[in-house]
Write a protein that binds this ligand. Structure first.
Ligand code: PGA
Length: 233
């Protein structure tokens, strides 16, 4: 199976020209790689200008259409030919008040629209990883067996909250323990995110993660290329 690398651009870059340039710089390498699938989770507004990218949404709402100012539905994403959506990122949980109940509705809506959700889970500093992640997975995935597309189409991203954007990455041997915990419950693709860079990227693949979700490093073309090259070798 190919490794998956998802560039989480978050709310960056702030101007179109920079978004186009960043993609152009990394596409030179993306188009040549045969063993890695690279998705660009760019802000919705930049999508029309990244024609050659395999895109991923950073969020979606749970309704199909209607009076929900500012929201984007899974059906709209699917209609543009985009297959993936990140759901439950810790920034959405912590800065926008997304609860597990809301995330559960989003996962169900995404699967019903036949999108592939990337569900982010992870503990905060000082929390018990297995306890937090066990609860998040239970609540976020409650009742999804009735969706049009099944749980096998879900990807789980382990992202320790304390490692996101801090440079304080989780040693691959510690991440491996959490990987095994998730694997003991779910037979899904599992990827890692949290201060992934060119140096540490290979370690996560070596311990068994199926891919990576770099944020900050995906905004620096050279660093992101290093990640792709390290994973494909
Ligand atoms: P980071 O972000 O690589 O900057 O830590 C990862 C993420 O938020 O998905």
């Amino acid at each position: 199976m190919k490794s998956l690398i998802i560039a989480n651009w978050k709310m960056n870059p702030s101007i179109k020209k920079e978004a186009e340039q960043l993609f152009k710089d990394v596409f030179r390498v993306i188009k040549k790689t045969k063993t890695v699938d690279v998705l660009i989770a760019a802000p919705f507004v930049w999508w029309p200008f990244l024609k050659k990218a395999k895109l991923c949404a950073q969020n979606c709402f749970w309704e199909e259409k209607g009076p929900y100012t500012g929201e984007i539905s899974p059906k709209m994403i699917k209609d543009l030919g985009v297959e993936y959506v990140i759901i439950g990122h810790s920034e959405r949980r912590n800065k926008f008040g997304e609860t597990d109940e809301m995330i559960n509705k989003k996962i169900k809506a995404a699967l019903s629209a036949e999108l592939i959700p990337i569900l982010c889970v992870g503990e905060k500093k000082g929390e018990d990883a297995e306890e937090v992640i066990g609860r998040q997975l239970r609540e976020d995935l409650d009742g999804i067996e009735n969706c049009k597309s099944g749980i096998e189409n879900l990807i789980i991203a382990y992202e320790p909250v304390w490692a996101i954007g801090t440079g304080d990455f989780c040693e691959s041997c510690d991440a491996e323990k959490v990987l095994n915990f998730i694997k003991s419950k779910y037979n899904n693709q599992i990827i890692y995110g949290g201060s992934v860079n060119g140096e540490n990227s290979k370690g996560y693949i070596d311990v068994g993660f199926n891919g990576l979700l770099p944020g900050g490093a995906s905004l620096k073309a050279d660093e992101f290329i290093k990640i792709i090259e390290n994973v494909q070798n």
